[in-house]
Design a protein around this ligand. Structure first.
Ligand code: CA
Length: 229
C-alpha cells in the first residue's frame, strides 16, 4: 500500500507530535485528533487505512469511540493504545472491535510493526488490488475489471468501475461528494458535485435490485454517500 492513511487519536501533545513525525517519515499520510469526539467524527467520514486510538481521551474515551465506530459499520483496523498494566482494558478493547493493542510506553518501531501487520490484513479487494469482492448477487473481479450480477455480465464505464471500487475500499464510511470528486475524478478544480450524483445513479441502475430504494449505495442526507455490502 502506498502512503497508507492513518488517523492518530491521542491527547498527549508530545506523543502526538513524535508519532506524527515518525509515521510521516515512514511514508504514512497522518491526520490527528486530540479528543475522542473529534476522532470519532473524523474516523466516521475519513476513509482511513488504519486508526491508532488512545484509550484515555477527553470527551469520549477510546473504548466508546471504538464501539461506536463498529456500530456505524466502520471496518477500518483499529490499534488501541492502553496504559501500562491495564490488562482488563486490552480484553475490553478487543471485545469492542479493536484489532490490536499496544501498551504504553512503547517503542515506535513496535508501533510500526503492528501497523504494518494490520495493513497486511486488509483484504486486497479493499485496496483495489487484483482480487475479487462479492455483495448480494454482485461479484467483482478487480483484476479483470469485470462485474457480474445474478450470473449476467454488467457493463460499467471505467468511471463507474472506479467509483464502485472506491466505495468498496471505503465501505461503511460516509463519503462526501467533494471527497469523491477529489478521489475518483481527481480534479483540483471541482466540477459540479452533481457529476457524482449522476454517476451514483448510473451505478445504482446497474447493481441495485431497486435503484430507487438502494440497498448498497446509500444516500446520507446532507453528507454524501455510503456503501454497505
Ligand atoms: Ca491519553
Amino acid at each position: 500500500m502506498i502512503n497508507p492513511r492513518v488517523l492518530l487519536v491521542e491527547d498527549e501533545p508530545g506523543l502526538r507530535l513524535t508519532l506524527t513525525d515518525r509515521l510521516a517519515s515512514e511514508g504514512y499520510t497522518v491526520e490527528t485528533a486530540s479528543d475522542g469526539e473529534t476522532g470519532l467524527a473524523s474516523a466516521s467520514t475519513g476513509g482511513y487505512d488504519v486508526i491508532v486510538l488512545d484509550v484515555m481521551l477527553p470527551r469520549i474515551n477510546g473504548f466508546d469511540v471504538c464501539r461506536e465506530l463498529r456500530h456505524r459499520g466502520v471496518t477500518t483496523p483499529i490499534l488501541m493504545l492502553t496504559a501500562r498494566g491495564q490488562v482488563v482494558d486490552k480484553v475490553v478493547g478487543l471485545k469492542l472491535g479493536a484489532d490490536d493493542y499496544l501498551t504504553k510506553p512503547f517503542e515506535t518501531i513496535e508501533l510500526m510493526a503492528r501497523l504494518e501487520a494490520l495493513l497486511r490484513r486488509v483484504p486486497a479487494a479493499a485496496q483495489g488490488g487484483g482480487d475479487r469482492y462479492r455483495f448480494g448477487d454482485v461479484a467483482i473481479d478487480f483484476r479483470k475489471m469485470e462485474v457480474v450480477r445474478g450470473g449476467a455480465p454488467v457493463d460499467l464505464s471505467a468511471r463507474e468501475f472506479k467509483l464502485l471500487r472506491h466505495f468498496i475500499a471505503h465501505r461503511g464510511a460516509t463519503l462526501s461528494r467533494d471527497a469523491l470528486l477529489a478521489d475518483v475524478w481527481g480534479y483540483d478544480e471541482m466540477p459540479l458535485t452533481r457529476t457524482v450524483d449522476v454517476h451514483v445513479a448510473g451505478l445504482r441502475q446497474k447493481i441495485e435490485a431497486n435503484p430507487k430504494a438502494p440497498e448498497y449505495i446509500l444516500t446520507v442526507h446532507g453528507l454524501g454517500y455510503k456503501f454497505v455490502g
